[in-house]
Design a binder for this molecule. Structure first.
Ligand code: NAD
Length: 417
């Protein structure tokens, strides 16, 4: 194992290995974790207690996670004097499966985004966010039980790649000059302007859509919907749609059909065992998930659309405090909730740890411990039905008992049968 300056490798754990393209999971895997900024400090310890408690109850001591603390954001600043130390990247690369709390990103200045930097530098190209309903959760929609989406959000490009030039700089004037004089582009207003680039590549689109279709096939899902704004951004978002269909048409056999084929060749009757690939325009899709919820299943989206749809879908099943997520590369996985560090609630033992706990459940499924993951989800449902909830849910659930982050965590462990 590599040498680290500030990271202590637990002696009672074994490293997850990677051979011939597949990961091998021991019974005592070393899992690096980043506590997170803001409310990360409230929810991360509770998440680890719940996971340890569930694993202990379910496997009676035969399995155990060896947690290994690594640092990013404020905690890294304290330890290393920088928010983004190299050895954090090195540890995630070496130990392969990690989990993180949210990290704060200053708006408009300073370091762009630690989260984006982590995903880009580790080439964690697929952000996967399952959005499903757990019994007992409050919801603003009439049939939240119809929500069962798995969002595949491209993680490395789009306007999120951070290729931007600030107004008033020499660089932005050089870029303006190039576009106006070389490319004969019209329409950039005179005076101060910020400019950005939106790359959507065939390579990144295809590997993301491939991953979404593979997931749909492996999990018996009905459809993959490509969500884009190709009617307006024809050569970026439109290309995402076209390359997505190309993957469906060229790389899979009869088990993957397009929506056109479904109607032209099968009169709208989906053959058993197939996945239908269809596409929707992003603004319409924000409406469709509300009005035609059951029609959607796996979704594949460029980075920005994926960001918007994730939070909107999350709102249908109890809000951001519930929504888990994961970022996957080849042979690497970094689990994290959809929500941010909600700084105004930090340090109050107040916010909902469910999203991070469910992210850890995704991790347990990934390492082949689904029994512990199911036990936690069942316990969460029981706890919501008991109306024993944190503040975010309490205000939506009449007659509920409002409890702290740590009280909620203890009840989850107690409710595991
Ligand atoms: P946020 O997700 O932190 O919070 C928005 C609101 O959602 C909060 O005010 C709160 O009402 C609710 N919320 C969030 N987490 C909750 C929880 N666990 N329990 C209950 N309610 C919860 O979004 P923001 O305020 O836009 O961003 C705050 C910071 O987090 C910013 O610096 C942002 O860049 C960062 N951020 C980080 C990540 C990440 O680490 N992946 C993701 C999103 C935002």
């Amino acid at each position: 194992m590599s040498q680290y300056q500030a990271i202590e490798i637990p002696q009672d754990g074994t490293k997850i290995s990677y051979q011939d393209g597949s990961l091998n999971f021991p019974d005592n895997p070393i899992i690096p974790y980043i506590e997170g900024d803001g409310t990360g400090k409230d929810i991360s310890p509770v998440m680890r207690q719940v996971i340890d408690g569930a694993v202990e109850k379910v496997y009676a001591g035969e399995k155990k996670i060896a947690w290994m603390r690594i640092y990013a954001g404020e905690s890294a600043e304290e330890v290393y004097g920088t928010v983004f130390p190299d050895e954090t990247l090195q540890a995630i690369t070496e130990f392969r499966v990690a989990i993180k709390g949210p990290l704060t990103t200053p708006v408009g200045s300073g370091f762009r985004s630690l989260n984006v930097a982590l995903r880009q530098q580790l080439d964690l190209y697929a952000c996967v966010r399952p959005v499903y309903y757990l019994e007992g959760l409050p919801s603003p929609v009439r049939e939240p039980e119809l929500v069962d989406f798995v969002i595949f959000r491209e993680n490395t490009e789009d306007v999120y790649a951070g290729i931007e030039w600030a107004s008033g700089t020499d660089e932005v004037e050089q870029v303006r000059d190039f576009f106006e004089n070389e490319m004969k582009v019209e329409g950039i207003h005179a005076g101060p302007v910020g400019l950005g680039l939106k790359p959507i590549s065939q390579f990144a689109t295809k590997r993301l859509v491939r991953r979404a279709i593979d997931y749909a096939l492996q999990h018996g899902r009905e459809s993959v919907t490509l969500v884009h704004k190709g009617n307006i951004m024809k050569f970026t978002e439109g290309a995402f749609r076209n390359w997505g269909y190309e993957v469906a048409e060229e790389e899979y056999g009869k088990e993957v059909i397009t929506e056109d084929q479904l109607w032209d060749e099968f009169s709208g009757e989906q053959p058993e065992g197939t996945v239908v690939v269809k596409d929707r325009i992003a603004d319409n899709m924000l409406q469709q998930i509300l009005t035609r919820t059951a029609d959607y299943d796996v979704l594949a989206l460029p980075n920005l659309n994926g960001d918007y749809i994730s939070d909107s879908a999350g709102g249908m099943i109890g809000g951001l405090g519930i929504c888990p997520g994961a970022n996957f590369g080849d042979g690497l996985a970094l689990f994290e909730p959809t929500h941010g560090s909600a700084p105004k609630h930090a340090g109050k033992d107040k916010v909902n740890p469910t999203a991070l706990i469910l992210s850890a459940c995704e991790m347990l499924d990934f390492i082949g411990w689904p029994e512990a993951s199911s036990a936690i989800k069942n316990s969460l449902e029981l706890t919501f039905q008991q109306k024993y909830v944190t503040y975010d849910l309490a205000r939506q659930l009449p007659g509920s008992q409002k409890v702290s982050t740590s009280q909620f965590g203890r009840r989850i462990i107690d409710n595991i049968s």
